[in-house]
Design a protein around this ligand. Structure first.
Ligand code: ARG
Length: 264
């Protein structure tokens, strides 16, 4: 090999590594998981296939997401088994919703009770790309400092930019509600139905487009991406719907859906 081709090779090597690192800057401060290793996550899209929100499969017929992801049952599509939003991988299952159950006390002003159940028209097939997420028990608490995983197809930079094409994930510690409600942070806007997660140094967070997606701690979906102030700001952790506060509502909603069907 002559000197010029050696130089070219080295240059390409360096460029390739740099390009890879560039491509890893997603969710915010996160990385790409092994494809299809997070099998319970779904992409909630418009019927025109535009990604809007994340969600989690809790059984073959039901998805859990945020109430603020409610764009109306006829405009929504659920995609399970996805990894890259732009490449057809053959693992995707597109299912239309049949009914939406936003929490009856969801408050769009305060974002309190930001949770919604989606009943699917047809069941998803559970396979090596698609599986179910576990939920915490009613009232279960998760310790401050516990590291939890948040995943999604949301913005990879605090100032927006682009929806990444592949799934991203990052680990974040739970922040106490007291800390999150302090005057230097959210100053009292965090209700008992919310959880905060993030590093005191910032840099890692969920962001726009991750909404409704899962924050998984100890193997269960303890949080749903709900809101924040910017993304990855040291002063402002991400705010999540505290799923354990809604376990009874989730079970009752699903149960009453099926008991209602029996009678008509
Ligand atoms: N509301 C946003 C959405 O609709 C999620 C914001 C989460 N922000 C954060 N900094 N964790 O996608």
């Amino acid at each position: 090999m002559d000197l010029s081709s050696l130089v070219l090779c080295v240059l390409f090597e360096v460029l390739a590594v740099n390009c890879q690192e560039e491509a890893q800057e997603r969710i915010v401060g996160g990385y790409a998981p092994v494809p299809h290793s997070i099998k319970y996550i779904v992409s909630i899209q418009t019927t025109q296939r535009q990604h809007l929100c994340g969600g989690s499969l809790i059984n073959k017929y039901w998805v859990i997401t945020a109430a603020h992801c409610n764009i109306g049952v006829n405009k929504m599509m659920i995609v399970a088994g996805d990894y890259s939003l732009t490449i057809y991988e053959g693992t995707e299952q597109e299912i239309l919703p049949q009914l939406l159950f936003p929490h009856p006390e969801y408050n769009p002003t305060t974002t309190n009770n930001d949770i919604m159940l989606v009943k699917l028209r047809a069941p998803v097939y559970l396979n090596s790309y698609v599986s179910i997420a576990l939920l915490p028990r009613q009232g279960a608490s998760i310790a401050v400092g516990r590291l939890c995983r948040v995943s999604g197809w949301g913005y990879t930079s605090p100032n927006g930019g682009q929806i990444p094409s592949t799934l991203r994930t990052v680990m974040l510690p739970i922040v106490s509600t007291q800390q999150c409600n302090s005057s230097g942070s959210f100053g009292g806007s965090i209700t008992e139905n919310m959880l905060c997660a993030g590093f005191s140094t910032g840099g890692k967070d969920a962001c726009q487009g991750d909404s409704g997606g899962p924050l998984v701690c100890e193997g269960r979906v303890y949080g749903l991406v709900s809101w924040g102030r910017g993304c990855a700001d040291a002063q402002f952790p991400g705010v999540y719907t505290a799923v354990s506060k809604f376990r009874r509502w989730i079970d009752n909603t699903i149960f009453s859906y099926y008991s209602r069907c029996k009678n008509d």
